[in-house]
Design a protein around this ligand. Structure first.
Ligand SMILES: C[S@@+](CC[C@H](N)C(=O)[O-])C[C@H]1O[C@@H](n2cnc3c(N)ncnc32)[C@H](O)[C@@H]1O
Length: 330
């Protein structure tokens, strides 16, 4: 998910203005001289190393083997269908399923990689709470079935039969839904961070900061928050970390790429459980009732963190500012 465009190309595209020039080009991390592509299908990679790794792990299965895009390849059909279901499509998030099937299909030792996936939580519902993951609810059921049939025809391999039934495919969706981590990389954000860190004379620094502020405010008007190369990723270790509404650590992307970091928010002693928040910074400050509602809908659990247990006697009130989903207050 490394951005392939330069920061300048990024801003020109997002503002639909081909004349914008950004200063301090040395802060842009995109190195086009290292870019390469798959000879057969033309998929672009940030480096030869990245292409070789993809080839070794999954690209031989995903490769369309032609550079012409006429919409008939199963991968194109899956992507197009996804875009029709969602806007903005963030089509990367459907490609994680294609990558999972391709990884297994291409692996020499299929049982080893299947074992890895079996280590992630993959419940579709929490029977004690009588709740089902919101992606699997009535509104989404038809979409899931359409996608399942497409995946069956594109990747129907014997080793993955357990995910090809309606229940099995739902459990795969729940696996990504409850363990997946959103990743966004943006050439502009990387440039802005590095440019902001430059050691410059005061007047020059203020001018640069003003330029960056203006860029972001224009971007907000033009494209909203949709700036990044976005997708979902599964991190084996990070997905083992439980949620707390008063976490002692947080997840961050220090380099603006897909390398994840878990950073302490307070002192953590030997033997303490490391916890992160599955809720956004803003949502984690809401009432216990609102937090639990969101965690039940998205992650299928009744939060047992220390903060929730301490607030167990609080009345079931919803925070003034409700979650953006606008769900019923159940
Ligand atoms: C991404 S996994 C976290 C790792 C998981 N505990 C494991 O053993 O693999 C998320 C699941 O962990 C459990 N979980 C995480 N935080 C929790 C909390 N605060 N209270 C209760 N269950 C929690 C829930 O079952 C949730 O669906």
């Amino acid at each position: 998910m490394r951005a392939l465009e330069t920061a300048e190309e990024n801003i020109r595209r997002l503002l639909n203005n081909p004349d914008i020039i950004i200063p301090n080009h040395e802060c842009c991390t995109t190195d086009k001289s290292s870019h390469t592509e798959c000879d057969l299908c033309g998929t672009e990679y940030c480096s030869q190393e990245c292409l070789q790794r993809a080839m070794a792990e999954y690209h031989q299965v995903l490769c369309m083997r032609t550079k012409s895009r006429d919409g008939s390849h199963p991968i194109e059909i899956i992507n197009e269908t996804w875009k029709n279901f969602y806007y903005p499509p963030e089509s990367g998030s459907i490609m994680i399923f294609a990558k999972i099937f391709a990884l297994i299909n291409q692996a020499a030792d299929k049982s080893k990689i299947l074992h890895k996936f079996s280590q992630f939580c993959q419940f579709t519902s929490n029977e004690d709470e009588e709740i089902t993951h919101k992606l699997l609810g009535d509104n989404f059921r038809h979409h899931i079935d359409v996608l399942r049939e497409m995946f069956v025809s594109a990747f129907g391999i014997p080793e993955c039969q357990h995910w090809m039934t309606p229940e099995g495919f739902s459990s795969l969706i729940a696996l990504v839904g409850t363990n997946g981590q959103g990743v966004g990389s943006s050439a502009l954000a990387e440039w802005a961070k590095r440019a902001g860190d430059l050691d410059l004379p005061r007047a020059e620094k203020e001018q640069l900061e003003e330029f960056i502020d203006n860029l972001y405010s224009n971007l907000d008007d033009e494209s909203g928050g949709f700036l990044n190369c976005e997708g979902s990723a599964l991190y084996e270790l990070q997905s083992k970390i439980n949620h707390s509404c008063d976490p002692n650590a947080e997840v961050c992307f220090l380099n603006g790429n897909s390398r994840i970091t878990v950073r302490a928010l307070k002192e953590i002693h030997q033997g303490d459980e490391i916890t992160i928040s599955y809720l956004s910074m803003c949502d984690v400050d809401r009432s216990r009732h609102s937090r639990q509602k969101e965690l039940r809908a998205n992650y299928l659990f009744q939060c047992q963190c220390t903060k929730c247990l301490t607030q167990a006697e609080d009345p079931d009130v919803t925070s003034d500012e409700e979650f953006s989903s606008g769900d019923d207050d159940n």
